[in-house]
Design a protein around this ligand. Structure first.
Ligand code: C2O
Ligand code: CU
Length: 469
């Protein structure tokens, strides 16, 4: 069977008032999957687009017939989409009207330390604000933003604080991929509710988050035309891995990953994304007659999970025909060459697997200390990091701020095909697995974090500081 996080079993008893909502009782494919609202700049100059957002509570219908209180960007759930261009700066003023502190991190972005949204760089609760500047000096990529406040990120994200940031450039635009209303960002996650619709957050919870949300709705449907669509998936779940496939096993063409397009399309029947990862895919619905419904399934279901619930994601309904001038070229981009590495490091990821509520998580034997520098990096250096999951049951993944890295090897085998040949900022590690990654630390000096992107693990201490100087 698939291996999924089994942690803090003892801490997972529901504590919220009201009974637990039974996911099996939620009607599937009755709500339309909404599109995240595209945020408009309030000011545009020749170099810069200026945005503002307010972090605030909002109530939404996530499960049909129930209302859920959320922590949101601008009252949106799913969070808004920012559309940015390489070479044009984006400035975002975030005002925090929540009663908890936040820090807003742009995941996958190459940004100066003071705009990185690091765990220690908080926006005060009840009226604090901070302006983030994103230079967008990197090529096109599917980025996303989320809360990163130290020890709070897991709960803040669980309660809704995520959004999408699509960075495009000429390389990408020239290709003729499906665009406009055929280019759809989809945020996938899980959740857990009371029978009155309130979210139930328990640190380390995994077993009870059995409701699957696509763009903020439980098991929605999405109407498509019988033509090609580009779907940009982001896994915004705290801990859940997805293995996405169409119910009939037909082809999905993966064109991109965390850091933008692959060099060439990768044809597969299953697209895997761990928390924080992105998969950019094209699905050709012209193979289905108008009137067909086709489910997007999740193959990553553990044997003691409710297969009907965890195995379902969303339903596509082919409702009309449409003209299709889009193409998926056989070559998508040229990936940057790999410079020679001069430094090797080892990173060991481990957490307590005893199930005790006080479980801790470690990188190289240490839990996170915001005042400790764990890794000193020379500005401009190219390094190879050998990252190992030392756990027996718990999967992890490894995310670095500031850089897009390359995956050289997985378990001693060179990575030569598939999505891991692209630019990555997050890489999954099953129990016992080892990956070798390579990164070059240029652009900005400063202190940035690296961590497990299973938010609960990060909040339990599986995080460290690197200083580039
Ligand atoms: Cu998406 Cu440090 O995080
Ligand atoms: Cu982890």
């Amino acid at each position: 069977g698939m291996l999924l996080p089994v942690v803090n079993a003892a801490a997972n008893e529901p504590r919220a008032a009201g009974a637990e909502l039974d996911p099996a009782g939620i009607a599937k494919f009755t709500q339309r999957m909404p599109l995240a609202p595209v945020l408009q700049p309030y000011l545009t100059t020749s170099t810069t687009s200026y945005y503002r957002m307010t972090l605030k509570e909002a109530s939404k219908e996530v499960v049909p017939g129930l209302t859920t209180k959320l922590r949101t960007f601008n009252g949106s759930f799913p969070g808004p989409v920012i559309k940015a261009e390489s070479g044009r700066r984006v400035v975002v003023k975030q005002t925090n009207a929540l009663d908890v502190p936040t820090s807003i991190h742009l995941h996958g972005a190459h940004v100066p330390q003071d705009s990185d949204g690091s765990p220690m760089d908080l926006i005060a609760a009840k009226g604090g604000s901070k302006t983030y500047t994103y230079p967008n000096t990197q090529p096109h990529a599917n980025l996303w933003f989320h809360d990163h406040a130290h020890h709070m990120e897991s709960e803040n994200v669980f309660r809704g604080m995520t959004g999408t940031y699509i960075l495009t450039d000429d390389t990408e635009r020239r290709l003729g991929l499906p665009s406009g209303s055929y280019d759809i960002p989809v945020s996938l996650r899980d959740a857990r509710f009371t029978d009155t619709g309130e979210l139930v957050y328990e640190m380390g919870d995994f077993r009870h988050r059995n409701v699957i949300l696509a763009n903020g709705k439980a098991w929605p449907y999405f109407e498509v035309a019988a033509r090609k669509y580009r779907l940009r998936f982001t896994n915004t779940a705290n801990q859940r891995f997805f293995g996405l496939s169409l119910a009939d096993g037909s082809e999905i063409v993966q064109i991109g990953t965390d850091g933008g397009l692959l060099s060439a399309p990768y044809r597969t029947d299953t697209v895997s994304i761990s928390p924080g990862e992105r998969a950019d895919v094209v699905i050709d619905f012209s193979r289905y007659p108008v009137g067909t419904t086709i489910e997007l399934r999740n193959k990553h279901v553990d044997r003691d999970e409710p297969a009907n619930e965890i195995g379902a994601v969303l339903q596509f309904r082919v409702t009309r025909s449409a003209r299709d001038d889009s193409v998926v070229p056989t070559q998508l981009r040229t990936l940057p060459p790999l410079p020679t590495a001069t430094v090797d490091r080892s990173i060991d990821m481990r957490m307590d697997e005893t199930g005790a509520p006080s479980s801790m998580a470690y990188i190289n034997g240490k839990t996170y200390d915001m005042n400790r520098i764990d890794t000193e990096i020379a500005y401009g250096a190219t390094e190879i990091w050998t990252v190992h999951n030392a756990n027996q049951y718990a999967p992890h993944n490894f995310h670095m701020h500031l850089v897009q890295f390359r995956v050289l090897e997985r378990n001693g085998q060179a990575v030569t095909e598939g999505p891991e040949t692209g630019l990555k900022d997050t890489v999954p590690l099953k129990p016992g697995e080892t990956v070798k990654i390579q990164a070059t630390f240029t652009g900005y000096r400063g202190t940035y974090v690296y961590h497990c992107h299973l938010f609960d693990h990060g909040a339990m201490g599986m995080m460290a500081n690197m200083r580039i100087s």
